[in-house]
Design a protein around this ligand. Structure first.
Ligand code: APR
Length: 236
């Protein structure tokens, strides 16, 4: 089984999604300014402050029943998790094979020489407008999170493993993603083109809904815990 997850699976842990018009992260800031390579070059202090706050938020919450259900499926199946989320809630729930196609907010590297940064990261319980990023000891470059911004390529290793996981799956479960950001959103399409059933779990319709084999209009924490038992009925 391959699970493809997005911000919706972490919403019930208290991590806001991106595109909800009222509560989403993008309702508060300009996504391009705060999450693009250009935005970083123009205002690294603002971008760093924003990610410190998100880092705090993600550290302060825990996995929910949806993350735990995915981890528990490993008792019954060979499970690979492809996630667009930069939190570590799948790992903290116990999933062993997690591929972060949009990177991780729990690793950092130098923007110039790309060496890993293992120094301290300040706690930022409230959002602030500007914090200067740490400076690389080796080259003086700025330290940035290992997340993929608009305009950047996906990490090769995570992407290759994700494509393999989708190509080798007997079932793909797509949960909590608006299915609009490519190339990641192409993974379920790849599965469907191979004849692999795709189950979508999302309370709202998405561009994938009309082509998915099954769409469950349910929250992740409602649908995932009993999903394996429902499979025979859903897929016949
Ligand atoms: N259970 C399941 N799905 C949910 C839940 C829930 N409890 N709550 C919300 N959702 C759904 C929403 O209906 C929406 O379709 O989760 C989806 C979240 O969509 P986005 O906010 O667009 O998040 P995501 O699809 O992960 O975004 C993809 O875009 O902004 C970039 O790099 C960022 O990885 C992110 C990518």
């Amino acid at each position: 089984m391959t699970v493809f997850s997005g911000a919706g699976i972490s919403a019930e842990s208290g991590v806001p999604t991106f595109r909800d018009v009222e509560t989403g992260l993008w309702a508060k800031v300009d996504p391009y300014e705060i999450s693009s390579a250009d935005g970083w070059r123009a205002h690294p202090d603002r971008v760093w402050a924003w990610y410190l706050w998100r880092h705090h938020m993600m550290s302060a919450v825990g996995p929910n029943n949806a993350h735990r259900a995915v981890a528990a499926w490993e008792d019954y199946a060979d499970v690979h998790v492809v996630t667009q989320n930069v939190d570590n809630l799948h790992e903290r729930a116990g999933s062993r094979r997690v591929y972060h196609v949009h990177g991780s907010l729990f690793d950092f590297h130098c923007d110039t020489c790309r060496s890993a940064y293992r120094g301290p990261v300040p706690d930022m319980p409230e959002p602030v407008e500007s914090v200067d990023p740490p400076v690389c000891e080796a080259c003086g470059g700025l330290i940035r999170p290992d997340v993929v911004w608009f305009g950047e390529a996906l990490p090769d290793d995570a992407w290759e493993r994700s494509v393999e996981a989708v190509a080798g799956a007997d079932l793909v479960v797509v949960v909590g993603t608006s299915s609009v950001v490519y190339p990641a959103a192409g993974l379920p399409e790849m599965a469907l083109a191979n004849g692999t059933p795709v189950i979508e779990v999302n309370p709202e319709p998405t561009p994938l809904s009309s082509s998915a084999t099954v769409t469950l209009r349910e929250k992740a924490s409602t649908a995932l815990p009993g999903l394996l038992q429902r499979l025979p009925a859903l897929l016949t």
